[in-house]
Design a protein around this ligand. Structure first.
Ligand SMILES: [Zn+2]
Length: 76
């Protein structure tokens, strides 16, 4: 990561095809790969991790188990 990367424009992703680093977008800026599903999966994982942290802070064991199961499924 470099200091001149834009902030607050969504998560930074790395294209799984050409490895170009960029803000989340539908199509890779370098190789034009369709990143729509990749970006949706990444955003969903980040949201689940944030909700998991909230569930841990709140002591909600049911939500923790559900979110941990989802994250295991998502990341294999
Ligand atoms: Zn690419």
């Amino acid at each position: 990561m470099t200091a001149d990367q834009p902030r607050n424009e969504g998560p930074i992703i790395q294209c799984p095809v050409c490895r170009a680093t960029q803000t989340a977008r539908q199509v890779c800026r370098r190789c034009s790969a369709d990143l729509a599903l990749f970006v949706r999966t990444r955003i969903s994982g980040l949201a689940a991790r944030r909700r998991l942290a909230e569930a841990v802070a709140a002591g909600d064991a049911v939500a923790q188990a559900r979110l941990q199961g989802y994250l295991r499924w998502l990341h294999g």
